[in-house]
Design a protein around this ligand. Structure first.
Ligand code: HEC
Ligand code: HEC
Length: 262
């Protein structure tokens, strides 16, 4: 672990009291130790700013309820209520700080053939292996789709590889049907490395925002995406992009109440 990460973890632990703090500002200050702009220099901490609020909310619940595993994350959210997690998700979804320079993770070593394979998977998928194009769900600009699908640019290749490993080993789960687990099972390790290398080399745009509707209905069912948003026309209205509409769509996005599936 880089020295800086160890330092931030200590700082985060010192900053996080045992009981949940009273204000949102105190709570998010502890998060920034790992999730602020400068962290893109670390190969593992994902950016959370600007991701769709429904996606962030689902992940915070997943860590709290045991569907994703990272000890510091579980510690940060373990005693927080759904309402509090939703407030935190809304807060980070509305932040759009500039991106730091790309980190040279494992994806930096990819050769031209691997990058070409990665781009083909992202843009076209691989029909022979029943892999849909990533853009079909993550948006043509890969900036995510409201309310529950994240963008894929600006993530370190090592983080993406780790998430595919987690889906394959079932240590990362989403509401059933878990489309990313199905897709991960169809990708070889070489395909994962190719896709993550290509994705990590695309320059993210600070002005990009999650799309408000899908390019076409989802090619595979995703339990974490509310039914109302899974078809291409249902969320086409620009009004749906307001915070109120996102929040209204959330309850359907994550099935299990506190203490659910472990
Ligand atoms: C000690 C460092 C650390 C702190 C502090 C921390 N996080 Fe994280 N967070 C991580 C790491 C590492 C991951 C990726 C874990 C994984 O899935 O392997 C992560 C993942 C996440 C994700 C999922 C991101 C995605 O794209 O799927 C969200 C959302 C998140 N954190 C929010 C928060 C919030 C909100 C706080 C404060 C309450 C917080 N984090 C505090 C390190 C941290
Ligand atoms: C059928 C729709 C669909 C397709 C196709 C799809 N994804 Fe996803 N993806 C999702 C959904 C939904 C999520 C959110 C899952 C959750 O809530 O945990 C997701 C999440 C992710 C994440 C997690 C991001 C983060 O910040 O942790 C990564 C990485 C990812 N997808 C990569 C890919 C790649 C690479 C491809 C193409 C090979 C792909 N996806 C194709 C629907 C899809």
């Amino acid at each position: 672990m880089p020295i800086f990460a160890a330092f931030s973890m200590a700082a985060a632990m010192a900053a996080a009291p045992v009981a949940p703090p009273d204000t949102l500002e105190q709570r998010v200050a502890a998060c920034l130790a790992c999730h602020s702009v400068k962290e893109r220099g670390d190969a593992y901490f994902p950016r959370i700013a600007g991701k769709p609020a429904g996606y962030l909310y689902n992940q915070l619940r997943n860590f709290r309820d045991g569907r994703r595993h990272y000890p510091m994350m579980t510690y940060m959210v373990t005693r927080l209520t759904d309402d509090y997690l939703r407030e935190i998700a809304d807060y980070f979804a509305a932040q759009h700080p500039p991106y730091a320079a790309a980190t040279a993770g494992s994806g930096a070593q990819a050769n031209a053939a691997q990058l070409a394979r990665g781009e083909a998977l992202v843009r076209q998928g691989d029909a022979a292996k029943k892999i849909p194009a990533c853009v079909a769900c993550h948006g043509t600009a890969l900036s995510g789709v409201e309310p529950a699908i994240p963008g894929l640019l600006g993530l370190p290749s090592d983080y993406i590889n780790a998430q595919f490993g987690n889906w394959k080993s079932k240590s990362r789960r989403a509401a059933a049907p878990d489309c990313m687990a199905d897709i991960a099972a169809r990708l070889s390790d070489a395909d994962v490395a190719a896709a993550s290398a290509w994705l990590s080399q695309q320059a993210p745009d600070t002005n990009a925002r999650p799309a408000t509707s899908l390019p076409a209905p989802l090619p595979l069912a995703c339990g974490s995406v509310p039914a109302s948003a899974a078809s291409s026309s249902a969320i086409a209205s620009p009004h749906q992009a307001t915070a109120g509409a996102r929040t209204a769509a959330l309850p359907a996005a994550a099935p299990s109440p506190r203490g659910g599936a472990k």
